[in-house]
Write a protein that binds this ligand. Structure first.
Ligand SMILES: Nc1ncnc2c1ncn2[C@@H]1O[C@H](COP(=O)(O)OP(=O)(O)OP(=O)(O)O)[C@@H](O)[C@H]1O
Ligand SMILES: [Mg+2]
Length: 239
């Protein structure tokens, strides 16, 4: 693993009196796809929300390219190169597909490079190009996920975080989305993937972390995690 450009250390966060994350250490290097797996309620969404500034950390640090972002607002974190595709996709339902995509570029100056990126997203997801002027609410689940990912890459992130890629989607849609993530990754965007379907996560990712009740319990390559008895028993359903 090369030197990580993104590093979280001893990160803690929660909701009011309730502490959810307990001293999380996690790093991503350039070019990596890293997955985060764990049971319902383990704190995966809370971690992504803390990284993207939706939830203030109570302790610890979040550094990207040497810049400390813990406690920064969502705008600064987005400008720092972190995009978040949230659980449930959260599109602007009554806005067109194209306008949803353009929202991802809201911090960028309108111009040729934004138009080029829009073209790139439309080429990557032809189904979005065909539906560019439809309201986002009319998209299928898979198309909504394409739109949410497209919106994420419109900010030109260094790190794209995706919360639940496959949730509620048919296997074919998940395959298409996985292929596009590999394509996105090849353009130099690192990916942090939260995924319920552990096999999908480990197939896509180079490395992974297991989070258990707000603590990282394992960190290893995908190959090692696939062999790990604790992972097989808890998440793959095979001892
Ligand atoms: N807004 C909130 N207020 C209070 N507690 C919350 C809130 N959101 C989440 N929690 C609690 O934080 C813990 C972690 O939740 P989180 O949503 O991060 O889990 P998760 O790993 O993403 O789970 P899932 O796999 O179900 O998406 C849970 O105990 C949950 O009840
Ligand atoms: Mg979640």
């Amino acid at each position: 693993m090369s030197e990580p450009f993104f590093q979280i250390s001893k990160l803690e966060a929660g909701y009011g009196e309730i502490r959810v994350l307990w001293g999380i250490d996690l790093a991503v290097s350039a070019g990596e796809i890293v997955c985060l797996i764990g049971s319902n309620g383990a704190g995966k969404t809370t971690l992504l929300r803390t990284i993207s500034g939706l939830l203030p950390p109570t302790a610890g640090s979040i550094v990207i390219d040497g810049q400390e972002l813990a406690g920064a607002d969502t705008r600064r974190i987005l400008a720092g190169g972190i995009a978040h595709v949230p659980e449930g996709r959260r599109l602007f339902r009554t806005m067109s597909v194209k306008d949803n995509l353009m929202m991802g570029a809201y911090l960028r100056k309108r111009g040729a490079s934004v138009e080029e990126d829009l073209e790139r997203v439309m080429t990557m997801f032809p189904r979005l190009a065909e539906r560019a002027h439809q309201d986002a609410s009319t998209l299928s689940g898979g198309e909504q996920q394409m739109c949410a990912i497209g919106r994420g890459i419109m900010s030109r992130p260094k790190l794209l975080m995706i919360d639940e890629l496959s949730l509620g989607l048919a296997p074919r849609a998940v395959e298409l989305l996985s292929e596009s993530l590999i394509e996105i990754n090849k353009t130099g965007v690192a990916i942090l993937l939260v995924e319920q379907d552990v096999m999908t996560a480990l197939d896509l990712a180079h490395r992974g972390y297991v989070i258990d009740r707000g603590r990282i319990s394992l960190a290893a390559t995908s190959e090692q995690l696939r062999q790990e008895p604790a992972v097989r028993e808890a998440y793959i359903g095979a001892a």
